[in-house]
Design a protein around this ligand. Sequence first.
Ligand code: KG4
Ligand code: ZN
Length: 340
Amino acid sequence: MKVLGIETSCDETGVAVYDTERGLLSEVLHSQVELHARYGGVVPELASRDHIRRLSPLVRQALRDAGTRCGELDAIAYTAGPGLAGALLVGAGFAESLALARNIPALPIHHLEGHLLSPLIGLDRPQFPFVALLVSGGHTQLMQVCGVGRYELLGESLDDAAGEAFDKTAKLLGLGYPGGPALAALAVAGRPGRFRLPRPMIASGDLDFSFSGLKTAVLTLARGSDLDQQAKADLAAEFQQATIDVLIAKALAATRRCGGRQLVVAGGVGANLALRAQLSAAAASEGIRVIYPPPRLCTDNGAMIAFAGAARLAAGGAAPGGGAFSVRPRWPLQDLSPAS
Ligand code: KG4
Ligand code: ZN
């Protein structure tokens, strides 16, 4: 079965075709980074308008790259939430209309379910159940994943998400948008030991996180002095290390608590190479295997939506709809029902 996947929840227009027998047939992406860069963050109205401009040509390209005609699709999956309302509506409207025209099911997909299942797209696939560390711009959560749609929340950030903390700290250091990759690049030149930041909630005994204090600590340090480039790099490295230390401690504690041996990392911060290297090493010393999607599938993309749609379609129960739809800009993952 072939599923077209459409992702438009924020500032990336992602489209892909996933085949349940042959795997990922194509994936194309347009990033709006340049469009929003001058504003220092995502401007929702501009995001929606750009999705409208890009979506149709990207769908044509994804179908062409997959060697598939529209008539050969079995379903169309799209991100229905959480995300920016206007941006979500562009993808939902497109997907629902095309599905109605072709008389095939349209599958509204939870964006975080897409991230959570994305490691299953690759060759090195985890087996259910596994623990997932979901670290994106909007969420930092630890989940036990027992099957498609069977997610148990183990802990989450009480304030900022890890990606949000990266973005805000990058802004404080005068780096552009998006901040995460820029801060990670600057941190490479940083020297450890010059600054010391807290490791928030590392010893709290639960699986929750808090990152907003870290950003405030950076602000306090940066405000008091005129930081030169090396000092900024040192501070970036210490911020990144503090974040990584907390993520590793909690993710391994969660895996231990669930009695498993597999830990999956998903979401944009999962593209951070320092996190990957240190987490893999720490986990290996405890006999835990860490599975990552390829870096390009950590950040938002159409492939994860096509895959989640295919998983739900394979579980059965999807029928062509009447074209009515809604999106959910706020949508707790625990509201999902298991795939039967
Ligand atoms: O999953 P994602 O693409 O979008 C959301 O669903 O939020 O994650 C985006 C987040 C942003 O906060 C971005 O700064 C962060 O992931 N990010 C990174 C890196 N690449 C992206 N953070 C740290 N290091 C990176 N290399
Ligand atoms: Zn995302």
